[in-house]
Structures are given as structure tokens and as C-alpha cells.
Design a protein around this ligand. Structure first.
Ligand SMILES: [Zn+2]
Length: 115
């Protein structure tokens, strides 16, 4: 399982870096907006800034969700339950773990959707 832990750590570092840069994007967009003193409702540029900001916010949210999944997988590595399906308790296939290292469900339970 050390390979899995190393992959998860890599993924965690990558996500943290992308969250940091996305936060910087959002901060930059907000600063641009404050500096330009535009009216969102009536200024076409204001609408663009609002749109860019919502795109950046959305990307940061999805990176944070993935980070949460990776961190919970790392906790499972520590407590020895990594690679075991959280729903049925059977081992998760090696190929699936390679493709989706942070997954907590076997392919069958994942296909069945949410609990
Ligand atoms: Zn399962």
C-alpha cells in the first residue's frame, strides 16, 4: 500500500497547489473588480468579471472536494482500511485504485450510486 500512499500524497500536493493558485485567481479578479469600480448590472465588463469569478470559485470548490476525498483516503491508508469498499467491505480492484486512488468504493457499489 505504500505505492498508493505515495500516489495519494502526490495528488494531495497537486490539489493544494491548484487550490492556492485558484484562490489567487479569485483574489486577482476581486481586486480587478474593486479597482475598476464597475456596475455589475449595467456594465458589460462587470458581468464578465462576475462570470470569471464564479468559474474560478467553482474550480476551487471542485479541487477542495477532491482534496477532501484524497485526505480521507490517506486516513484509510493509516488505519489499514484503504482498498476496502466502504459499502460492501470487499476489496476494491487494483486497476480501479490505480485509476482512482482516492476512491472508497468498489466498482459495483460505485455503479449503484450513492448510499
Ligand atoms: Zn462495494
Amino acid at each position: 500500500m505504500t505505492d498508493a500512499a505515495a500516489r495519494l500524497e502526490d495528488e494531495r500536493r497537486r490539489l493544494l497547489a491548484s487550490i492556492t493558485s485558484r484562490d489567487a485567481d479569485v483574489a486577482g479578479i476581486v481586486a480587478a473588480r474593486e479597482g475598476s469600480n464597475v456596475d455589475d448590472e449595467h456594465d458589460p465588463e462587470g458581468a464578465t468579471i462576475a462570470f470569471e469569478r464564479s468559474q474560478a470559485d467553482h474550480a476551487a470548490d471542485s479541487a477542495r472536494r477532491r482534496l477532501a476525498a484524497v485526505e480521507s483516503a490517506l486516513r484509510r491508508v493509516e488505519d489499514g482500511t484503504y482498498g476496502v469498499c466502504e459499502v460492501c467491505g470487499r476489496p476494491i480492484g487494483e486497476g480501479r485504485l490505480e485509476a482512482l486512488p482516492a476512491t472508497a468504493r468498489c466498482v459495483r457499489c460505485a455503479a449503484r450510486g450513492d448510499r
